[in-house]
Structures are given as structure tokens and as C-alpha cells.
Ligand binder design. Structure first.
Ligand code: BYC
Length: 483
């Protein structure tokens, strides 16, 4: 079967890339499959592998009606290889090769670069599943539990997507990298995952929602940039991944919005007006808004680190070679070569933070990060609307980009959330006011009690406005009883 819109389910690995006619790659993937399942059983959602979960599975790559919903036990999920349709006339749209036909094979001179980008992208996918593996046990509802598992199986599919590219286009090196993706472990000191944020813990559901809002959004930006790639199979793979990614960010944004809603309701009912009266709000069994701000500060800053250094010759080469573009590259009105353009970059100058014009080519990471910050801000404003509607005088804000950074220009300094540069002595006593403290973590953990009754929700989170797949409020998203 050649490449098609429908997904071929006749092989062990569902796909729309004609795997049945590509025995070499089919075999390589079939050999990789048992290792993947072992990884899923040991590092995937702990304690829920035998439960029926109401999941969506991709059945087509057409924008409408691409997924079907049904009960599935997670280890039986049909992880497939799905690429967006090929556009015959597609070209390289930027860099030194601008105007050439998009590449269907890996150009020899860019092999190492492309392999590296695909491996980094691939590494984040299983990492996030590992980070989230214990959360099912404290799920605040069956609805939320199902969303967690949906995100997890789709991150598993995104790993398959990258492994397909490695196996199909990178020969022996690709096969070794595919094995490596199953060997590294989030947070393991000896064989950690590749990027910082993917070695942090996701200890509670507030972290999960913040992660899916902030870190999955980095995923969106990076996938959007890779979707611009002149290497067409990578572009097509990323375009389909973005379809799934939208739901992950929805889970994060609405998860936080529902926690905010519940806190505000509880405050109103108790007649508490001061959002900063943390002790009084916590007594209501909800998460106070200042603690949500601290969690946002943490996850935003960790996610900013995923953009690499503001000024990066790596990023310049990726762009110049046509392998990784900018967000919405084809909609930007400039020459798409960037040999003479500049871009304003925030930098440390004489101990302070200033904007400095840098060659646009080396400032590609900074530009993507700016696009990311703008996208995050829209979501934060939607959260603020929930607070405002409840008549509570409090606003959530993204911290300054220099706050709590480990990568790039600001890794060497401390800065407050408003961007004031601080000495170590000034930072130490104040950091617990800006980042979740041990006590905050313990309080949040005390609220993480499982709530698995149909249609019920834990004390700290409101019900969603609509169900998944338009299901009613008491729908049994995960069949706990019959497991
Ligand atoms: N941690 O020139 P530089 C997702 C390294 S999330 C550790 O500043 P560059 C998802 C860098 O590798 C999206 N190391 O940066 C979300 C380099 O090392 P070498 C994942 C870091 O290369 C939720 C050195 O520092 N996709 O999909 O321009 C759930 C100097 O690098 C970090 C991608 O990231 C870090 N944070 O940009 C599930 C896309 N940052 O070469 C999934 C692919 C930098 O000196 N990756 N370094 O050994 C890339 O485009 C780029 O590699 C990066 C870094 C943006 C990550």
C-alpha cells in the first residue's frame, strides 16, 4: 500500500507510509517494538495498564474525522506512523537552499545535524511519559485520568514518529539512536534524558497541568519550526504531531483554569477577599492563587531553557542549511535568508538587562522564544479572565525571561520575576516567595487525593464545561470497577 490518507491497520504497526511494501523498515520497527512495549510496561502509567480507557486513536490524516474514540487497554493502543499528506510542489522555504525542491532523502552534508535534531525531539517524548507515570494514582477525576493517559499514549506515538525517521533514513546510526531512546531515563543521574526540563519531577497534578501548558507549548513551537524543514519527511511527521499536540495544551490550559475557578468559588463562598491570605484559602481545601503563580514561574522558566541560547550558531546553521525554520516561516514577510537582517535580543550589559541588535540568523532561538512568550501570555490572560469574572483582585503574570534560568544569557545571574538583577545574598532569602517551596509542595501533595467516582471531582478543581467526545458529565472515562 502506497502513502495514503487512510491508515493501514493490516501490519502490526498502523501507518500511512506504505510499510507493508517496505520490508526493511517494517522489520526494523518490528524488532524495536518489543523493547518499546517493555519500556511502556515498566516506565509508562504505573498501575493502570489493565484498565479500559476511553481513548482517541488516529485513523486517518484528514483534518476532519482523523480520530476515533473507544475503550482501549493502554498496552494495546495502536501506536502508528502517520505523516501529513505529501505536497508534490513543496520547496525549501528558507536559508541557502531556498527555492530548491524539498528533499525526500537526507542530504549527506546535513545528516549529522538532522539526526541530532530528531534524536533530541524523540528523547523528550518518552521522557514526559516517565515524568508523569505516577499521576494516575492521584487523579482528581476519571475525566482527568483519561486525559493524562491520552497525553501519555500520544507522546508514545510521537516517539514512534521519530523512531520511524531514524530507522528509515539513518541506517545503522539511526537504529542505534532508536535503541538509545529506550535506554535513557528521566532524572537518572547516569543516563538522563537530554534536555533539562525533562529530568525534573512532575510530582502533582498542578505540575502536570503547568507542564502541559508551558512545556508542551515549547513542543508546539519546536514542532512548528521542524515542520518548516526542507527535509520533507520530518516536516510531514511534525505537521501530524501538531494535530495531537493541541489537545495536550488544552489539557494544561483548562486544567489550570478549572483549579483557578474552584479556588475563586471557594473564596467567594467563604467571603475571603484577600487572595494573598494563603492560610485562610488553604483551609478551604483549594490551591491559593499565589502558589499557582509560583508554579507558573517554575514551569515557565524551565520551559524557556528549552529554547537554547538566545544567540546560537547551531540555530543559525540549522536555518541556513534549511533544516529548521522559524515559527510560521512562510507567513513572515522578509527575505527568508537573513544574511543582513538583525533581531533584538535581551542580553546582560554592564550588569543590567538590555536589548541588543544581533544578526537575525544567530538570533533564531530568541525569536522563537519571543513567539512562545506571546503565545503563553494569551493563555495567562484567559486565566486572568476567570479570576476577574469571580471578582477577585489578583492577576497571574509571566515572570521576566531572566528569572531562574539555567541555559543562555541569564544562566549566570539571579533575577527577580520583574527582571531586577540580584546578588546571591539577595536571591537566597527571597527565592521561596517566587518558586514553590518544600512547604508548598507538601500542601499541594495533601490535596492530591484520588477521586474516581463517576462525575465527581477532587476538592481543588472544578468540573470541565464539556466532556471529551461530548460525553455527559458522569461518563466512565476509565473503567476502574471492571478492571
Ligand atoms: N538542556 O546553541 P545552543 C516537546 C545544549 S519539547 C540541555 O544554545 P541550540 C515535548 C545544546 O544541545 C521540544 N542542553 O542551543 C514537550 C548544545 O550542546 P552541544 C523538543 C541544552 O542547539 C512536552 C549547547 O547547549 N524539541 O516536544 O541552538 C512533552 C549549546 O546550544 C539545552 C526540540 O528541542 C537544554 N535545555 O538549541 C513532550 C527540537 N539547550 O551542541 C514533548 C530540537 C541547549 O554544545 N532541538 N543545550 O553539545 C533543537 O532545536 C535544539 O537542539 C535546542 C537547543 C532548541 C534544544
Amino acid at each position: 500500500m502506497a502513502e495514503t490518507q487512510r491508515v493501514d491497520y493490516s501490519t502490526k504497526i498502523p501507518n500511512n507510509v506504505g510499510l507493508a511494501d517496505d520490508q526493511r523498515v517494517l522489520k526494523a520497527l518490528e524488532q524495536w517494538h518489543p523493547g518499546y512495549l517493555d519500556w511502556w510496561m515498566t516506565m509508562g502509567p504505573e498501575g493502570f495498564q489493565t484498565f479500559d480507557v476511553y481513548l482517541r486513536t488516529a485513523v486517518s490524516i484528514e483534518p476532519k474525522g482523523w480520530a476515533k474514540f473507544d475503550y482501549v487497554k493502554m498496552p494495546q493502543y495502536r501506536w502508528g506512523i502517520l505523516l501529513a499528506p505529501r505536497q508534490e510542489e513543496r520547496c525549501v522555504n528558507f536559508g541557502a537552499h531556498k527555492g530548491e525542491k524539498a528533499w525526500q532523502e537526507v542530504p549527506g552534508e546535513y545528516r549529522a545535524m538532522l539526526r541530532r535534531l530528531i534524536v533530541i525531539q524523540g528523547d523528550t517524548e518518552p521522557a514526559s511519559v516517565e515524568q508523569q507515570r505516577f499521576l494516575g494514582k492521584t487523579a482528581p477525576s476519571l475525566y482527568d485520568m483519561r486525559n493524562l493517559f491520552q497525553v501519555n499514549v500520544e507522546e508514545g506515538r510521537h516517539l514512534w514518529a521519530m523512531v520511524y525517521l531514524l530507522q528509515k533514513y539513518f541506517g545503522k546510526d539511526g537504529r542505534e539512536e532508536a535503541e538509545g531512546l529506550l535506554e535513557r531515563r528521566s532524572g537518572d543521574p547516569d543516563k538522563p534524558r537530554m534536555l533539562g526540563a525533562f529530568n525534573e519531577e512532575t510530582p502533582d497534578w498542578l505540575s502536570f497541568f503547568m507542564f502541559t501548558f508551558f512545556t508542551d507549548r515549547d513542543g508546539k513551537m519546536q514542532l512548528e519550526s521542524l515542520a518548516q524543514s526542507g527535509f520533507d519527511p520530518l516536516s510531514r511527521t511534525c505537521r501530524f504531531m501538531l494535530t495531537e499536540e493541541a489537545h495536550h495544551m488544552f489539557v494544561g490550559e483548562t486544567g489550570i483554569a478549572r483549579a483557578i475557578e474552584r479556588t475563586c468559588q471557594a473564596m467567594r463562598e467563604a467571603g475571603i477577599e484577600d487572595a494573598n491570605d494563603i492560610a485562610a484559602v488553604r483551609r478551604l481545601g483549594v490551591i491559593d492563587l499565589p502558589t499557582m503563580q509560583k508554579k507558573a514561574n517554575l514551569h515557565f522558566s524551565l520551559s524557556l531553557d528549552l529554547f537554547g541560547s538566545e544567540v546560537s550558531t547551531n540555530a543559525a546553521s540549522y536555518y541556513n542549511c534549511g533544516v529548521k525554520g522559524r515559527f510560521q516561516e512562510t507567513r513572515i514577510e522578509d527575505d527568508h535568508v537573513l544574511t543582513s537582517a538583525t533581531y533584538a535580543v535581551s542580553k546582560l550589559v554592564n550588569g543590567g538587562i538590555s536589548m541588543v541588535a544581533e544578526p537575525a540568523l544567530t538570533a533564531i532561538n530568541m525569536r522563537l522564544r519571543d513567539d512562545y512568550v506571546a503565545d503563553c501570555n494569551k493563555g495567562v490572560e484567559r486565566w486572568n479572565k476567570v479570576i476577574e469574572k469571580n471578582g477577585i483582585d489578583f492577576r497571574l503574570r509571566l515572570p521576566h525571561v531572566a528569572f531562574h534560568r539555567a541555559i543562555g544569557e541569564f544562566a549566570v545571574i539571579h533575577a527577580s520575576p520583574t527582571g531586577e538583577v540580584l546578588s546571591q545574598e539577595q536571591w537566597e532569602p527571597r527565592k521561596d516567595a517566587w518558586l514553590p517551596s518544600k512547604a508548598d509542595g507538601e500542601f499541594i501533595a495533601s490535596l492530591m487525593l484520588p477521586c474516581w467516582e463517576r462525575g465527581k471531582f477532587a476538592s481543588w478543581i472544578a468540573a470541565p464545561k464539556i466532556g471529551i467526545d461530548n460525553k455527559p458529565g458522569d461518563f466512565e472515562y476509565v473503567r476502574i470497577d471492571r478492571a
